[in-house]
Design a protein around this ligand. Structure first.
Ligand code: DMJ
Length: 660
């Protein structure tokens, strides 16, 4: 089909072709002919269109079938009798009246759907008008509701057990004013650390006191587990900060949830969370802490599913899948990690009556007893698949430290009945003294690190805890060497004090050497930091308890003043990057152990000995006090007797199988 004036795609008009001057009549005749032709064309196009429409326009019954989808659900079919045609399951009424009813029904439904959509839209708009905080709060409330429901399901009441004799859970007020003031100052520091965490990091694991926001590391996994809250509870309690303690308890009750897809360190979670919760339970008697500790312990148990029963370093709390740190010698587990579960696990069995926890840690002990030890030393690495040692490195600092501590404390916690633990401790310490403890050229006693038969003359801040351990283990030592071990404790305390005193800030470095002219000073830049660690103060406190030599309080106060001067910032307390620099940079982390340990040991150092006396309480490696289980002579009342006999038997059977 052509058109009289062609309109090309560009839209520019092309003039008609002129083949000489045409006559008027010719022109008219030509025009009439083409008009007819055009009319004919239009007519034929119209007919084609009608014809096409007949075949190709959408079938109205299809529309009806679409509507049917809705109606089928919304309107029940009625038996309409004759005159109806079933089209694909839809009833088309043959009569006008029925069609009218049907249209009305359709209309009603459409209106209903429209109204529903509009309501949903309105609700969504309303939601968007709310502030982020309000939406977050609403989500939190929903989450809490679900958590509460899960909690109700999970919390089976635990059987009652006779509580051990809980002596000295508060008080300790010193008589002299100077000491009282110092103790008050330490309490004020605790308030500063807590209130800033409360303000800026609440629910997060730790606090960034400079950035004033939450902080975490991979040891706690990817969830907000409130590590600082759990770690700080017992310190708050003994300081008499009951309001703050209550706040923490409420958060734990409503928010602490272990059903999370998060991979955590078994060791860290045990010492900070289970230890912290158990201590809070014993001090306050609040069941929530015991229940949470037991729930969490259940989540750690899959970590023991290895060919040897030596647990993985990390476990996913949801899936129960475990694995080891990539950096640990050939897939090994770490001595200080799998060897620092005993105290908490014994208490879990004690409180639940479930032997499983006890059996897990006793199994580790049995396995270690059977193994050969190079030079009598325990290497830091053990492969949980093969049961063989990894690299022959031994340390009383990082990677080894609290394994030795827990052997001694297992004995103390059993009211000195677990003689196997004491024997293992004594053997280990004798080998350590022989191979690792030396005196420097300047006369300082230090504990080095053993690496494949070679002594590295370097000591870590972590190793400084050993001064307190030697003093604590002095009583009951072999061949009546109590005096010797107390003296060794004093020498380590002195060396560690020197490591503080030889810095610009009077705070100790992470590691210090006794080599090539160096005496208790850090040599490498990456060992010059102080991250609010407690070990040196911990040793001062034990030494104070056993000797009452005033120099320990004096050294403790020097450290307090240095922390206050150099680590205190507006948003809490921060670690520092270089203790030898007069203008140190902050690391911007307030570690949870600062509240659990550093401030607690300082507070105890300036308290009387009747606060948490050492013959009734044993501190776990995170400074959480657990009561001594005087299993042989607890007095009982009424129907608890049977249960008590069961627990005692379990305990003695397990110990018996080891002792013989
Ligand atoms: C704490 O978590 C514990 O004391 C642990 O045993 C070793 N290190 C830190 C504090 O330095």
């Amino acid at each position: 089909m052509t058109t009289p004036a062609l309109l090309p795609l560009s839209g520019r008009r092309i003039p008609p072709l002129n083949l000489g001057p045409p006559s008027f009549s010719h022109h008219r005749a030509t025009l009439r002919l083409s008009e007819k032709f055009i009319l004919l064309l239009i007519l034929s196009a119209f007919i084609t269109l009608c014809f096409g429409a007949f075949f190709f326009l959408p079938d109205s019954s299809k529309h009806k079938r679409f509507d049917l989808g809705l109606e089928d659900v919304l309107i029940p079919h009625v038996d309409t009798g004759k005159g109806e045609k079933d089209l694909g399951g839809f009833l088309i009424h043959g009569q006008g009246h029925d069609e009218h009813r049907h249209r009305e029904e359709e209309e009603r439904l459409r209106n209903k759907i429209r109204a529903d959509h509009e309501r949903a839209l309105e609700e969504a708009k309303e939601k968007l008008k709310k502030s982020r905080e309000t939406i977050q709060a609403e989500i939190e409330t929903e989450k809490n509701k679900i958590a509460q429901e899960i909690k109700k399901k999970e919390t089976k009441p635990l059987p009652p057990v006779p509580l051990p004799n809980l002596i000295g859970i508060n008080g300790g007020e010193p008589e002299d004013e100077d000491t009282r003031e110092k103790r008050e100052k330490i309490k004020e520091m605790m308030k500063h650390a807590w209130s800033n965490y409360r303000k800026y990091g609440w629910g997060h694991n730790e606090l960034k006191p400079i950035a004033m926001k939450g902080h975490s590391t991979n040891i706690f996994g990817s969830s907000k587990m409130g590590a600082t809250i759990v770690d700080a509870l017992d310190t708050l309690y003994i300081m008499g900060l009951h309001e703050e303690f209550k706040e923490g308890q409420e958060w734990i009750d409503h928010n602490l949830d272990f059903s999370v897809n998060s991979e955590v360190s078994v060791f860290e979670v045990n010492i900070r969370f289970i230890g912290g919760l158990l201590a809070a339970y014993y001090l306050s008697g609040q069941e929530v802490f015991k229940n949470k500790a037991v729930q969490l312990a259940g989540k750690l148990l899959p970590a023991f599913n290895t060919p040897t029963g030596i647990p993985w370093a990390m476990v996913n709390l949801k899936s129960g899948i475990g694995r080891n740190w990539g950096w640990a010698s050939a897939g090994s587990s770490i001595l200080a990690e799998f060897g620092t579960l005993h105290m908490e696990f014994v208490h879990l069995s004690y409180l639940t009556g479930d032997p499983v926890y006890f059996q897990k840690v006793m199994h580790i002990r049995k396995l270690l007893q059977k193994m050969d030890r190079p030079d009598g030393l325990y290497p830091n690495y053990l492969n949980p698949k093969t049961g063989r040692w990894g690299q022959h490195h031994t340390s009383v600092g990082g990677l080894g430290d609290s394994f030795y501590e827990y052997l001694l404390k297992a004995w103390l916690m059993s009211d000195k009945t677990d003689i196997e633990a004491r024997k293992m401790y004594d053997d280990a310490i004798e080998a350590i003294e022989k191979h690792l403890i030396r005196t420097s050229n300047g006369g300082l006693t230090f504990i080095g690190e053993w690496k494949n038969g070679h002594l590295e003359r370097k000591m870590g801040h972590l190793t400084c805890f050993a001064g307190g351990m030697f003093a604590l283990g002095a009583d009951g030592s072999r061949k009546d060497k109590a005096g010797h071990y107390l003296q060794l404790g004093a020498e380590i305390a002195h060396t560690c004090h020197e490591s503080y005193d030889r810095t610009v800030l009077k705070l100790g470095p992470e590691a210090f050497k006794f080599d090539g002219g160096a005496e208790a000073v850090a040599v490498r830049q990456n060992e010059k930091y102080y991250i609010l660690r407690p070990e040196v103060i911990e040793t001062y406190w034990y030494m104070w308890r056993f000797t009452h030599d005033p120099k320990y309080r004096q050294w403790g106060w020097e450290a307090t003043e240095a922390i206050e001067k150099y680590c205190r910032v507006r948003g809490g307390f921060s670690g520092i990057k270089d203790v030898y620099s007069s203008a140190p940079a902050y690391d911007d982390v307030q570690q949870s152990f600062f509240l659990a340990e550093t401030l607690k040991y300082l507070y105890l150092l300036f308290s009387n000995d009747d606060l948490l006396p050492l013959d009734h309480w044993v501190f776990n490696t995170e400074a959480h006090p657990l009561p001594v289980l005087h299993l042989a002579n607890t007095t009982l009342s009424g129907n608890l007797d049977l249960r008590w006999h069961f627990l005692s038997k379990l305990y003695w059977d397990c110990l018996g199988s080891l002792n013989h």
